[in-house]
Design a protein around this ligand. Structure first.
Ligand SMILES: NC(=O)C1=CN([C@@H]2O[C@H](COP(=O)(O)OP(=O)(O)OC[C@H]3O[C@@H](n4cnc5c(N)ncnc54)[C@H](O)[C@@H]3O)[C@@H](O)[C@H]2O)[C@H](O)CC1
Ligand SMILES: [K+]
Length: 228
């Protein structure tokens, strides 16, 4: 796999689902060959590509679009921030909201360097500003949590997800945050996406009801992790 040959796999031809443990095992092998930054950059490019497609399908020009990123503390938030950096480079108006004390350091650095606006929703003033941004979003990138997430959304992510306008397109990174990746159970609040961009293989929640109802269209991107 080279970066030039990354091709997202559409829903119609999804690879077989894998558990978190299986994906992490395959990822460890890939990490012995390529640094984490390389895998995350590929993930970010796949997310940015899908976001551009969704904006165009909604009749919007990428440079006029208001994109809001909800970023948790892990690599899922890092993928979303790195995708945000690419979209900011395209001229989109991108705001990222940290929903934990601090999001992925390299993701934040590159997002900031690309001209993105960064808010932190942990403090009350930041939450108020984030609320206003989310309410006016054309598209929201859900990078709250992925394979390291637990079921149900925590504050302040739960509030911010609840104020996403129905007109906004929601693109989830890897899986809709708040779902239990390894089952089809829905046990708490979660994101309901229009599109989910998964990496390597879909997790079970994307293909098992009732959780799968929250995934929307599924795109599986090859980030250079071979299934073992
Ligand atoms: N599969 C691959 O080959 C690759 C996957 N990538 C991405 O990495 C994430 C997994 O990253 P990790 O850092 O292990 O965990 P998370 O980002 O999912 O989050 C952990 C973090 O999130 C917070 N959190 C957890 N649950 C909740 C919740 N219910 N509500 C709010 N916040 C929550 C908590 O603080 C945790 O510490 C994977 O999904 C992919 O996106 C890489 O890009 C590389 C290749
Ligand atoms: K997510």
């Amino acid at each position: 796999m080279t970066d030039d040959t990354e091709v997202p796999i559409p829903s119609a031809a999804l690879p077989a689902p894998l558990t978190i443990a299986q994906i992490k095992e395959a990822e460890l092998v890939a990490l012995s060959r390529a640094p984490e930054d390389v895998l995350m950059d590929r993930a970010a490019r796949a997310v940015a590509r899908v976001v551009r497609e969704e904006l165009v399908a909604a009749g919007q020009l990428v440079p006029n679009a208001h994109v809001v990123i909800l970023a948790g503390s892990g690599r899922n938030g890092g993928d979303a921030l790195l995708a945000g950096a690419l979209l900011a480079q395209d001229g989109a108006d991108v705001t990222a909201v940290e929903v934990s004390t601090s999001a992925h350091a390299r993701g934040k650095e590159l997002f900031d360097a690309a001209g993105g606006v960064l808010l932190n929703a942990i403090a009350e003033s930041g939450l108020r500003a984030a609320d206003a941004e989310v309410k006016t979003a054309d598209l929201v990138i859900d990078g709250i949590a992925g394979l390291g997430g637990t079921a149900g959304l925590r504050a302040p992510a739960d509030h911010l997800v609840s104020v996403i306008p129905s007109s906004a397109v929601i693109v989830s990174v890897d899986l809709p945050s708040g779902l239990d990746a390894d089952s089809g159970e829905v046990t708490g609040t979660h994101v309901t996406a229009n599109v989910t961009v998964a990496f390597t293989a879909p997790s079970w929640c994307l293909v098992t009801a009732p959780a799968s109802g929250a995934a929307g269209r599924i795109v599986v991107a090859d980030v250079g992790v071979d299934v073992v």
